[in-house]
Design a protein around this ligand. Structure first.
Ligand code: GUN
Length: 281
């Protein structure tokens, strides 16, 4: 093994510590940051993520409330809840856990959330601001990836970054943030030809495709920074999209799974909620 580990768990812990100080200050001034998490249906993975988010809120002093709705709720009823949360002065962040059950229009639901409470950064207005390089809520996983690069003092400017995956949650916003930081960015996806060669050119490789341990040793440029956004359950174990044991023999830096990007995502959600509370004053 030659790669250094980027310890997301430790970085996230130190961010939470800083946030706790800021939350204490806000509370003394009479504002308790508040997050509303909306979970529709009974996707077990989503319930686990929501529980982790609530626990993290509690740890730093953010008020959180969970709204659990039946999978067959009408879009109108879901809109009524979002409208109520948009108007609630105690709520500074609203997160509707994705994916939504069939029958609900994800785009319309995300557009219903107030732009100023959109701590996921999924509202088209916030997406547009991100693309324009304006100040906006940045989606949590991509923000966490960038924070990890900052933590290892990576000079992104001029580097060749390859992002595998083009989801609205990870791939597209991560690629945009890397462009904004002056990287030369390639987005790869299921239709990409010569995927291995694309990967081998990367100084920074970000992988979010949901395929367990797909990225192998000989796909990696020696010394590259490899950020694994995958969370896959294989038998009882959780593994990433990168074959950690193989790739850590070639890469310069690598994130583990678990304990890499996952805790960073939650830390960024807390940060966005605190920023929402600060901006509401
Ligand atoms: N599902 C998977 N990741 C996310 C996320 O970051 N936010 C929301 N709302 N749903 C998700």
């Amino acid at each position: 093994m030659t790669a250094q580990i980027i310890d997301g768990k430790a970085i996230a812990r130190s961010i939470r510590k800083q946030l706790k100080t800021e939350v204490t200050r806000l509370r003394q001034e009479g504002t308790t940051p508040g997050l509303a998490v909306v979970l529709v249906g009974d996707n077990p993975a989503s319930q686990i993520y929501v529980n982790m988010k609530k626990k993290a809120c509690k740890e730093v002093g953010i008020y959180s409330e969970e709204h659990k709705l039946a999978a067959n709720i009408s879009q109108g009823d879901l809109f009524s809840l979002i409208d109520r949360l948009n108007a609630d002065q105690n709520i500074h962040g609203i997160l509707v856990q994705l994916p939504l059950p069939q029958g609900l229009n994800e785009q319309e639901v995300l557009e219903r959330i107030s732009v100023t409470k959109d701590v996921d950064g999924f509202h088209p207005v916030n997406v547009g601001k991100l693309v324009s390089g304006f100040d906006a809520f940045v989606p949590c996983t991509p923000a966490g990836v960038m924070e990890m690069l900052t933590h290892i003092a990576c000079d992104i400017s001029g580097k060749k970054a390859v992002v595998i995956g083009r989801s609205n949650i990870v791939g597209k916003p991560v690629a945009q943030l890397l462009v904004n930081a002056n990287a030369t960015v390639t987005i790869c996806h299921s239709q990409t030809k010569e995927l291995e060669e694309e990967c081998r050119a990367a100084d920074i490789l970000v992988v979010g495709i949901g395929r367990p341990e797909m990225i192998k040793r000989d796909w990696i440029k020696p010394g590259a920074i490899v950020i694994d956004v995958g969370i896959n359950r294989v038998n009882q174990a959780i593994v990433g999209d990168v074959d950690f044991h193989q790739v850590s023999e070639v890469a310069g830096w690598i994130t583990p799974v678990p304990g890499g990007v996952g805790p960073m995502t939650i830390a960024m959600l807390l940060r966005n909620t605190v920023v929402g509370a600060q901006s509401s004053k």
